[in-house]
Design a protein around this ligand. Sequence first.
Ligand SMILES: NC(=O)c1ccc[n+]([C@@H]2O[C@H](COP(=O)([O-])OP(=O)(O)OC[C@H]3O[C@@H](n4cnc5c(N)ncnc54)[C@H](OP(=O)(O)O)[C@@H]3O)[C@@H](O)[C@H]2O)c1
Length: 203
Amino acid sequence: VRIAVIGTGNIGGTLARKWAAAGHTVILGVRDPASARVQDLISGAAGGTSVESIADAAKAADVSVFAVPGAAMGEMVRSLAADLGGKIVVDATNNMAGGPLNAFAHIAGHAPTALAVRAFNSLGWENFAEPDFGGVPADLFFCGPDGEPRNTVEGLIRDVGLGPVYVGGVDQVEVVDSVTRLWFALVFGQKRPRHLAFKVLTD
Ligand SMILES: NC(=O)c1ccc[n+]([C@@H]2O[C@H](COP(=O)([O-])OP(=O)(O)OC[C@H]3O[C@@H](n4cnc5c(N)ncnc54)[C@H](OP(=O)(O)O)[C@@H]3O)[C@@H](O)[C@H]2O)c1
């Protein structure tokens, strides 16, 4: 999969490394290609990782993954709208300023034909870097259109080392976001360690 990773901090950097190591073509969409963080990421990442402007990364990719501050998403999606139409757009952002954590309203408003998927938002980045808990992979809840978007993102979740748990279509976004709020309550409220994740158990 040709993946644009927009935002290369804790989340974007961790996901980009994992996907490059799994053999995907990763295009980092950045504001400043010369920054130390971007240069470190490129030098440590597997082959097949390149750096572009945010617009060029989104244009070139099949899947765009957003890992920027939630407050930046309105303008970001507006400016990229023409390049997101008909493609998978993974929203990993959390808007901490109040209102919905996700950016689905911005995506639906500016890029209504984009295939919005909510994933990689509900656990701290440490759990993406190290998804294994004593031999048991953590699960990751996600939602979005069934069919190809679901299958593609399931693969990307597995390639990070997590077990994908599909919660349903875009109408389930608040359910996925409630997992984020649970993680916040345990880690920030109850001061549990950030290496904390969830597992679905069934017979
Ligand atoms: N940290 C976590 O554990 C975690 C977990 C789940 C979800 N999230 C969510 O994921 C997103 C990223 O979190 P993070 O911890 O990775 O943040 P971070 O380490 O601060 O990285 C943010 C990235 O976004 C870029 N950026 C910031 N403002 C931008 C703008 N206006 N336009 C374009 N790029 C911009 C930064 O680029 P520059 O280097 O150019 O500043 C940087 O690459 C947030 O929405 C956060 O809520 C975080």
